[in-house]
Design a protein around this ligand. Sequence first.
Ligand code: ADP
Length: 322
Amino acid sequence: MIDGKKCIGILTSGGDAPGMNDAIRAVVRTALHNDMIPMGIIKGYNGLLEKNYKIMDSASVSNILKKGGTILFTARCKEFYEAKYREIAYQNALEAGMDGLVVIGGDGSYNGARYLSELGLPCIGIPGTIDNDIACTEYTIGFDTAMNTIVEAVDRLNDTSQSHLRCTVVEVMGRHAGHMALNTGVACGAVAIVTEEAPLDINQICERIFHAMERGKHHYIIMVSEGVGETERMARDIQSLTGIDTRASILGHVQRGGSPTLRDRVVASEMGNYAVHLLAQGIGNRVVAMKDNKIVDYDIQEALQMKKGLDMNLYRVMEEII
Ligand code: ADP
């Protein structure tokens, strides 16, 4: 408590994602609207250890809706894997007057939130990652923006690929999850989508190229999820097996940046608002998630044990419309 008012901490942790700022803004503005004091913590859990935090006001989140990245900075914090540092972070949070904490990040960050909740600081996780690889939620903040960035880039690659009658093997992010590769592959008319969940060997990839060729196609996009790896080698093998000029294109960190799309702005705003309402009721150790397009919440431990697969129906659709 600060001056008799509840104080809500907010931090971003793990990889950054467009839309995190929109969630921060929603947390700050919702807290203020409900007569609570928002406190921004800098550089993820490191900020709690280094006592690097500041009280925020409405103006401190002005004009950030359209800004990519996170104004609070994000980081990994290896000390947090050790109980003694989590205890220090907890004590610092108490000393600063925090009554609750919102953590925007992925599964790893939720683990930290769970420990702090167990120590006595109610924490709420918000799913922020471009990869959409958090099992408990249909949607993670940043997913839509990153995929739109990929689609724009691949459309450009397609133009040049088309002019040179070429095959382009595009590697997209997603860590060990193929959601980005699958959705962008469908959206960009890829002739093959290769993910860890639904792998294809080199012969299967070439078959799909020949199949598309038989239908009159002269340029080909192969979408590969980063977890599959060996993108350069895949391009070399395709070229030697098909005789088609083939290039690898690894999109890299450009996928993380940019102004959030409408979907990310809206979902981030809803989730930030929801998280503060949970804390206002004294509820902690929960994660905010999307289920059937509605915002819901789960126990963190329960959320961490959930499993989420790829949308195999979308795979089937893609196979039928090559
Ligand atoms: P993400 O949140 O995107 O999954 P990480 O897995 O890198 O990213 O986790 C971000 C941070 O969360 C870590 O640097 C660490 O500070 C904290 N964290 C991750 N896993 C744990 C854990 N098992 N126990 C405590 N803290 C953790």
